[in-house]
Every structure is written in structure tokens, then in C-alpha cells.
Design a protein around this ligand. Sequence first.
Ligand code: 13P
Length: 246
Amino acid sequence: MRKKIIIGNWKMFKTNTEAVDFIKAVESKLSIDKNTIAGIAVPFVMLSDAKKASKNLVISAQNCFYENEGAYTGEISIPMLQNIGIDYVVIGHSERRDIFKETDEMINKKNIALLKANITPILCCGESLETYESGKTIEWVKKQIEAAFKGISENDAKKVVIAYEPIWAIGTGKVATPEIAQNVCKEIRNMVKNIYNESVSHEILIQYGGSVKPENINEILNQSDIDGALVGGASLQVDSYLGLIK
Ligand code: 13P
């Protein structure tokens, strides 16, 4: 049976102090069953303290660079993350792709470098409203998935967590219906099967993201090809976060 994985993506919100307070408050009330992975992806400056404060929550980075070191002002390397015990990193979020112009090629390099370092990539994919409305979602996501997995072995591919996040549903309050989300996640599993095989496609975890809230998370997680959620806005408040994990 595949585990459930629910990760809050804090984006560029909160301070270090707020992060530590949040983790303490959540952990004092949280009970996570052994088949669930729950965590938060926090800004770089909070990773170290968040990691120290957390006992059961997974602490994920929101990005990384693929070179180990060098003249890359402003970037954070994988060895830096490893040194503070980080074992999950979100890559290819649509905000990184759109605002910071990250390409499929860069995301593939990050995917390869993270897997080499034994860190779990949370690989985001998803289409714009325009692509969705023109009926080209699957074609678009297929291109992103194929590019991201280029050069990755079958054994490593299983360790990647894929997050399907339609851009039109991010922060808009417009959640994709569970049927739409399920259909695309099923197609993604099929893409993985075509690149690798049945066993990889069966094992790989696929999350949905985009306006997930405590009120709608159950119907999303009930879909057979959706193994979890990547949650923005609703992961920022303690009560709402707890409502997602319950
Ligand atoms: P919202 O849950 O705020 O729509 O954000 C989704 C997201 O981008 C998570 O990575």
C-alpha cells in the first residue's frame, strides 16, 4: 500500500520565530499514523531551526541548486541542505518555472542531483489555465514528466514524489474537481509506466496541489491515484494544518 504524503508549502511566508512556534504548536497536538508522511516546506533561513524543533514533521526545502558549490550567488546547494539533515526538496514549482524562469532541463538536473544525494525530490508539474482550456493538459504534463525523469534509473525514479498542481487552481480558490485531479494523476502514473514499468508506476507517490483545504482534502485523497497533497495557503495556520492531517 502506498503511503499518504501531505506537505504544506509555505512559499515566502512567516519568519524563523513563527516557524518554530508553529512546529511546537502543531507537534503538541499532532498524531500521525505510520502510513502518513506529514511535513512543511519552509524558506531556506528557517530550515535549520525548523529541523531542530520538529520531531515527527518532515521539514522540506522549497528549492535547491544542482551544483555542489561554486560562484552561484544567492543559491543553496544540496550538501548545505544535507548538512542540516534535510531529506525532502520541492523542485519545479510553477512559481519557480514562471517567475524565476526555471526550465525543464534545470529541473531534471536538480532531480538527478537530489536522488544522487539520497534526498527525496517533490517534483511539481502542472498546466496553465490557457493550456487547460485548450485541452492540452496531458500533452503539457507529459513533456514536463519526461524531461524531469531523463537519465534517472528505475530504482531512483520510485523515490520521487510527483506533485500535480494545475496553475489555475493555485491560490485561486478554484480547486480542480476530484475527478479532474484523479484523471490527470492517473495519466501521470501511466506516463511513469511508459517510461519505466508497472512496478515503478505502482509505487511512486503522486500528490495533488491547488486550493486544498481541510474541507476538501478528504475527497481528493479518496481518489485512487492521489496519494497526498501539496498545500499552500491552508498550511499556514496551526488549526488549518491540523485539519489537513487528521
Ligand atoms: P494553494 O494551496 O495556496 O492553492 O497553493 C498550492 C501550491 O502551490 C502548493 O505548492
